[in-house]
Ligand binder design. Structure first.
Ligand code: IPD
Ligand code: CA
Ligand code: CA
Length: 307
């Protein structure tokens, strides 16, 4: 499939719209306009690389990185440092600026690198700003759909110029939820059991490959819940604020308030949170686990009618 001309046009349109993001009262935001501009610029850069199909490199076993990750982080860093030279910055591709500031940025220059590297168009830029350990602003930009999710503490969450809210689904059995599987130490991750159990308790579990976008999908009601083990601060910082500002809830797997350094993230529309926690509790205790159907038994039954 030749995506070239379509993406070029999309990029041009996106640039035209570049300054149109802003909810009804732009003055009510302190940081979002500037962060949104940086995220859009980085997103445009990612799209150019996406179109050219970049070379894949390995950070670990199956932990991929591309030139696009590094170039995007360099661009974001340059823009942050020129506007806020005293702020601390932590970026996935190695940026560590510790200057004693009360402000700290979390930068994921490309969330969804594996998707990106394979030409699967689900990836984004994720930028968050913390003040004295509290998340105060977050932006997640998906350049393939030109969707910019943004929130400032106490001022609501937005998708482009529209205020967003979590879903009103209150029954886990009627929920669509999402998860992710880390590439690092993946053989030590028990998530497949959670995936199986929760699949059987809901309308389904999606695994799209970008934690930041998964969180934003909870914020705007596309998903009713999302969980993942072992995410990093740059994966979650912006998305968690966006979920909370959209009326959702984010905790660890015991229901304790989310902590940026926690290795557990459970986000939901708040209505199915207790039910998700109850499922997690049962799974951790090995209670009521549905048995995984045996592939060996399945193979034996092949050719026979399956009822
Ligand atoms: C990854 C994505 C993915 C999640 C992984 C993350 P990256 O981030 O968010 O959805 O399952 O745990 O590492 O490496 O593409 O920035
Ligand atoms: Ca990430
Ligand atoms: Ca990344």
């Amino acid at each position: 499939m030749d995506r070239g001309p379509h993406l070029q046009q999309h990029l041009a349109e996106s640039r035209l719209r570049n300054n149109t993001f802003m909810p009804s009262n732009p003055n009510s935001f302190e940081f979002i306009p500037a962060i949104a501009e940086i995220a859009r610029e980085a997103g445009a850069l990612l799209l150019k690389y996406f179109q050219a199909r970049v070379k894949i490199e390995y950070k670990g076993d199956v932990d991929l990185v591309t030139e696009a990750d590094r170039k995007s982080e360099a661009l974001i860093l340059e823009r942050i440092c020129s506007q806020w030279p005293k702020h601390n910055v932590m970026g996935e591709e190695g940026t560590r600026i510790e200057s004693g500031s009360d402000y700290r940025w979390y930068v994921d220059p490309l969330d969804g690198t594996t998707n990106f590297a394979h030409g699967f168009p689900v990836f984004c830029v994720s930028l968050a700003l913390e003040f004295k350990g509290k998340r105060i602003a977050g932006v997640v930009y998906d350049p393939t759909r030109d969707e910019l999710f943004a929130a400032e503490q106490g001022r609501g969450a937005y998708l482009n110029d529209r205020r967003i809210h979590v879903s009103v689904v209150g029954n886990l059995a009627e929920s669509l939820v999402a998860t992710g599987f880390p590439s690092h130490k993946r053989h030590k991750n028990p998530n497949i059991f959670f995936y199986h159990q929760i699949t059987l308790r809901t309308h389904g579990v999606r695994r799209a490959g970008s934690a930041a976008l998964d969180l934003c999908s909870v914020a705007c009601g596309r998903f009713d819940a999302f969980w993942e083990f072992n995410l990093n601060p740059w994966d979650t910082a912006a998305g968690v604020l966006i979920v909370e500002e959209a009326g959702g809830q984010v905790t660890d797997f015991n229901g304790a308030p989310f902590n940026i350094n926690s290795r557990e993230t459970l986000a939901s529309n708040a209505l199915v949170h207790e039910a998700m926690l109850a499922e997690f509790d049962a799974i951790f205790k090995g209670k009521g686990l549905e048995e995984l159907p045996s592939p060996v038994e399945y193979a034996k039954s092949r050719g026979k009618a399956i009822k």
